[in-house]
Design a protein around this ligand. Structure first.
Ligand code: B12
Length: 290
């Protein structure tokens, strides 16, 4: 059973600024998916509503009716300016501003995957530079990660649930790698590509990741690599995971610590540069299986 948020026709009608009868007509035409409650009332999964809004270019008059930040979807934002604005918002502890920028761009039709690569990762590049030169405190950097994770979780709730139908994917970061944001992004990206994806977290020993592969039997297993404490241990960990994955599970690696020196000796393991390549690869993998 999917745990997706359901909204009522009244909420959606108010959010878009149309009459309830217009909205019901759209539902009857199959433009917005609906489900019936036990009491016979019509409800809509939030992801279906979002898909309709994004594909028809509807503006949101009262986004708060759908639980979205007030004012989202009103401003026509240029994606080019967004990374700097988000970096400033995150460093300044203005989570609501960062959330609003991300939601605006998502409502305007940009995919969550694209936002990860083009907006959020460059924003963190900026956060890193400010931390490096002492312009940002450590707590500001850490708070930025916490805020970003919450924003990613909210985006996750807006994406069509593939909990029952999609192929299984999971992954995380290895022991000694404490980065939490990139593995969350991989989860979101794969969910957007139609996978039943779950991030297992970061700082995970290879043995437990191998146990996850054996138990959960994912079709795809990702490892996000932001920091490699000891190269030999990292290589051993990969060997263990490769053996466990065998032919059933495709291992995919990505992350900023995968420099040319590291990837040279990785053999046949797939290494991808970002979330957009991950989405393309995962989409092709689903097609290949059919
Ligand atoms: C936040 C942060 C931390 C936090 C993270 C907290 C948390 N909860 O996650 C913590 C405190 C752990 C940390 C620690 C350190 N950090 Co730090 N950190 C950062 C910072 C500011 C952001 C990282 C981040 O989350 N970025 C957002 C992600 C999404 O971006 P990304 O990593 O580029 O990911 C993209 C791709 O790589 C790819 N990708 C990532 N994963 C995957 C997985 C798959 C499957 C695929 C396909 C693709 C993919 O897609 C992503 C989206 O485009 C970066 C700056 C930066 N430029 O990123 C510095 C940065 C990485 N840190 C740095 C340093 C030096 C350190 C420390 C060594 C500091 C120290 N002396 O202790 C430690 C090492 C920690 C460790 N053992 O893991 C340096 C690294 C310099 C270098 N040349 O290597 C940076 C660049 C800061 C700087 N400008 O100097 N850090």
């Amino acid at each position: 059973m999917s745990s997706e948020t359901l909204v009522s026709p009244k909420q959606v009608a108010r959010a878009v600024g149309v009459s309830e009868s217009s909205l019901k007509r759209w539902c009857d035409q199959g433009l917005i998916p609906t489900v019936k409650t036990a009491g016979g009332h019509r409800r809509m999964p939030i992801s279906g509503v979002m898909q309709f809004l994004r594909s028809t270019g509807q503006t949101l008059v009262r986004p708060e009716e759908l639980g979205l930040p007030s004012g989202s979807g009103e401003a026509k934002r240029a994606i080019g300016d967004a990374a700097g604005d988000i970096a400033r918002a995150l460093i300044g502890g203005n989570e609501a501003v960062a959330r609003r920028i991300v939601t605006d761009l998502y409502v305007a039709g940009h995919s969550a995957t694209e936002l990860c690569d083009r907006i959020l990762a460059p924003a963190f590049e900026q956060v890193g530079k400010e931390w490096e030169c002492g312009a940002a405190e450590v707590y500001q950097e850490r708070w930025a990660c916490e805020s970003c994770e919450r924003i990613l979780n909210e985006l996750r709730a807006l994406i069509v649930a593939s909990e029952e139908s999609g192929p299984m994917a999971c992954g995380g970061a290895l022991e000694g790698d404490y980065y939490t944001v990139p593995t969350r992004m991989a989860e979101l990206t794969l969910r957007e590509a139609g996978w039943r994806a779950t991030s297992l977290g970061s700082n995970l020993p290879a043995a437990t990741l191998a146990a996850a592969i054996r138990t959960l039997r994912p079709r795809l297993f990702w490892i996000s690599v932001s920091y490699i404490p000891v190269l030999e241990r990292f290589q051993d960990a990969l060997k263990t995971l490769q053996q466990t994955a065998a032919s059933r599970t495709t291992l995919v690696l990505g992350g900023r610590a995968l420099t040319a020196d590291v990837t040279r000796d990785l053999g046949e393991i797939v290494v991808l540069q970002g979330m957009q390549p991950l989405r393309a690869f995962a989409t092709a993998l689903i097609r290949k299986k059919k």
